[in-house]
Design a protein around this ligand. Structure first.
Ligand SMILES: [Zn+2]
Length: 247
């Protein structure tokens, strides 16, 4: 038997049982497990963890706990200087490609409206999600904590909210995407690239009201869906103000 203590910091406490939050938790283990497994035994997926200290020294997920260890576990920080230690989540995270699980269709559509690259299929299964992370280096967005605990998932985020508008705010904050949004560049329906088109080219597809009031049109190069400023702009503006005003 070995005795190991652990403490979770900041929002990682959201994942663990109320009686364990913000305090040292003492455990007896019958073998020297990896720190990844130890952390996840409390319900915290490793994708949420950016820094682990064992007795004040940074370690990676494969570190095996020792008798007497005090493990401190920190989430992804944006504003805390921990450059001297081993940060566990890859950065800089730029030009990210996401893949969303089958419960996150509305989120995927909203992200695409803001120009973010999000793969999504209604009937996608776990193995396809895992393959996209491993082979295509995509970032997995999921509400399935167990899925994010798989060791091969080295980039992902557990979506907390059930509300798509709150979900997109979570994603933009977590991956610091506020400066990388490009509305009207990507199709909400299929993730294809939009290109600006002349009104004359799409006029036969438009409702009479749209024909009358709008002039700026975009068309998906894959599924041919037409977008115009006005129909979608109001919704996009409200998403953006939602996170910029509370950041
Ligand atoms: Zn499309």
């Amino acid at each position: 038997m070995i005795n190991v203590s652990i403490r979770f910091y900041e929002e990682l406490n959201d994942f663990i049982r109320a009686e364990h939050r913000r305090k040292q938790i003492d455990r007896q283990l019958n073998h020297r497990t990896t720190v990844k497994d130890f952390i996840e035994s409390f319900g915290v997926p490793h994708t949420e963890v950016d820094l682990i200290l064992a007795n004040g020294i940074s370690v990676d997920f494969d570190h095996r706990v020792n008798d007497g260890d005090l493990i401190s576990v920190y989430p992804v920080f944006e504003s805390f200087d921990i450059s001297e230690v081993t940060r566990l989540q890859e950065r800089p995270l730029r030009n990210l490609q996401f893949i969303a699980d089958c419960h996150l269709g509305k989120l995927a559509g909203k992200m695409r409206l803001l120009g973010l690259d999000v793969e999504f299929h209604n009937n996608i299964v776990d193995e396809e999600l895992v393959a996209a992370v491993v082979n295509k280096k995509k970032v997995l967005l999921s509400r399935d904590r167990r899925l994010l605990m798989r060791k091969v998932i080295d980039r992902g985020y557990l979506i907390r909210s059930q509300n798509p508008d709150e979900q997109i705010v979570e994603v933009i904050r977590r991956f610091d995407l506020a400066g990388q949004l490009h509305p009207f560049t990507r199709c909400a329906r299929c993730n294809g690239i939009l290109e600006r088109v002349e009104k004359a080219a799409v006029i036969q597809l438009l409702e009479p009201k749209t024909k009358r009031y709008f002039d700026d049109f975009f068309q998906c190069q894959v599924c041919r869906q037409v977008y115009w400023r006005g129909s979608h702009l109001g919704a996009i503006t409200s998403f953006i103000s939602r996170f910029t005003s509370t950041k």
